[in-house]
Design a protein around this ligand. Sequence first.
Ligand code: NAP
Ligand code: GLV
Length: 328
Amino acid sequence: MKPKVYIARKISKEVEEYIGKHCDYRKWQGEGAIPLDVLIEEIKEVDGLLVQHAPITHELLEQAPNLKIISNSAVGYDSFDLEAMKQHKVLGTHTPFVLDETVADLAFSLILATARRVPELNNFVKQGKWDKQTDSRHLFGIDVHHATMGIIGMGRIGEKIVRRARFGFEMEVLYTSRTPKPALEEKYGIVYSELDALLEKSDFVVLIVPLTPETHHLMGQQQFEKMKNSAILINCARGAVVDERALIRALEKGEIRGAGLDVFEQEPVSPDNPLLGMDQVVALPHIGSATEKTRATMLMKAAENLVEGVTGKVPQNVVKELQDLLAN
Ligand code: NAP
Ligand code: GLV
């Protein structure tokens, strides 16, 4: 008998066929995110579950006594309640490496768009406001090339952002992470910095850390006060790494120049969020990895992790906090 799995998000035919070769499966066919009550009903008898960002809680795991693995089609896994998964002995996997270059491209889109005011000035032209009276000084932005980037998080994606910064834009780069990275310092000519000094010196502060209890609201009022008034914040990590109320205040007071945000504390972001009314903010709908090719690769990787987990193999991408479960 094949193991039973549930696929809680839309997948391609190719991925569906791959899963179908190894598993009996049911899948969510509705529009948008699967409602929690439907998910709970569907997973009562399954061995494996494929999701993207769906919150995995103690309550959910209690309803699925056969569950061996939850495969997340994303690299970030702040949606996992890791303690509950340990208690229930459920493995969790994610999709590292395959999206790194794509997310680094997006980080640079936000850097360039905020620095050169691309969306704001695009609207200016399309709204017919560009005329012979336009004072070109009102269209000025700031340079990206040769500026200083301070990057918070120097992991897989951080390194790809830094390569672009150093070799493409000849930027100076300061970085912080839990542990210094001497090999990367040598390879890219980057400098480790304590957070406060990084904030004080950087023209662009780029966030690319996981959301954990330690990084929750890592950027708050005190941190914005330390940044240069001319600096721009880029958040490609998770919304809650930034205290959004403090960010709004810093932008309103002119403590920082602007922000490029792919992620928000509440997603989808509320249309009433004051950040959306600010010209100096570029806002995107959490699209860091959203190219056709990369999303397809991530889904296939997530499907492979799922199949390995329900067929007695060791899945390749078990998240580090749950690797002890492999020994039992
Ligand atoms: P990664 O390889 O695990 O790198 C994470 C980096 O963050 C590491 O350098 C780590 O330091 C550092 N870090 C962790 N906790 C820290 C702390 N408390 N203070 C300072 N640095 C800390 O992860 P990744 O693959 O680069 O991805 C990073 C995150 O980006 C993901 O977890 C996800 O939330 C987010 N992301 C967002 C999108 C999007 O669509 N916007 C797409 C992909 C990823 P050490 O190396 O010293 O441990
Ligand atoms: C996207 O946000 C990811 O974590 O892969």
